[in-house]
Design a protein. Sequence first.
Length: 356
Amino acid sequence: MRQATIYIDSAALQYNFQRVKQLAPNAKIVSMVKANAYGHGVKDCLAALADSDAFGVACLQEALEIRDLGYQQPITLIEGIFSADEMPIVIAQNIECIVHHQQQLDWLLAHKDAYITQGLKIWVKLNSGMNRLGFKVPEIIDVIHTLKAEGFTCVLAMHFANADADHPLNEQQKAQFLQVKNACAPILASCCNSAAIYKWPELHFDFVRPGIMLYGASPFADQNVHTLDLKPVMTLTAEIIALNQIQPGEQVGYGSTFTAERDMTIAIVSIGYGDGYPRAYVQPNFVAIQGQLTPMIGRVSMDMIAIDVTGLTVKLGTTVELWGKNRLVDEVATANGTIGYELLCRMSARPVRKQI
Ligand SMILES: *Cc1c(COP(=O)(O)O)cnc(C)c1O
């Protein structure tokens, strides 16, 4: 059988969850499990994250999947609902919404009594300069005052555009968040993703929203998961399905982009972009064999890649790690001009999935 396998390490996921608890001991943890738990498979991940105070997802379908799996924790829809007909379902299923524009407020107010009776909080999104979603200052202050007067319990919510970097917008976003928080006191508050959890303990407030750190990838370009004391959760492996001896001047793969300069042993490995492995590597890229980094050569095909195994002791069936503990997904991402988040989320359905 073709081997292209995604291993999900539940113990690593639990370890990373405990890291969030250590870093933010006084905040409730909203584990972000959107996009099928960042591609890790929501079912397995929920079991490992069962101590979460709440879960965060991007849409009602994702929230209902969590309910179908039997989890009763609060769920926050981080973009709120997308149409009026979702409101009765949200209320019946105990799902909390963000509001980020007037129409969502109108839908909410039309179901005010049922929403409040269910004990659901409403998350009000501040647009403090990222300019994706939310109400700006000062409008948001009026929105929150109105909601509080109507009897809603509000959470002031905000997302950083540059939590992973030193950027002047960070100070503006923090200042606006604190301004609104003070103007609307007392109010629950939440503004920390993984990077912000590490960088700004003073901003943890009531709810932190870790995503990428739970999965053992780094939110920072300049710090890897080992320095952050996180454990990679996903390992992607395949195996050697052919070994070829080639001579100087011979070429490998589509486009014949690689030309041998010496006698080489190359291995063909059972992984490709049809599995979700990225094709576009722009810097030298590597796989790990028995923990040792081994260079990729030529183009990534739909079902195969080629690697240089000259001098290594390998055979047909030898396991190759595309990413995991020895070759970090963030390193593969850098070689491909992207971020670990994308690679994890975009795995295809073809690799076999196993929980370890
Ligand atoms: C995805 C998301 C997070 C988690 O971000 P990470 O960088 O993965 O920790 C937090 N908050 C919101 C609103 C999000 O959309």
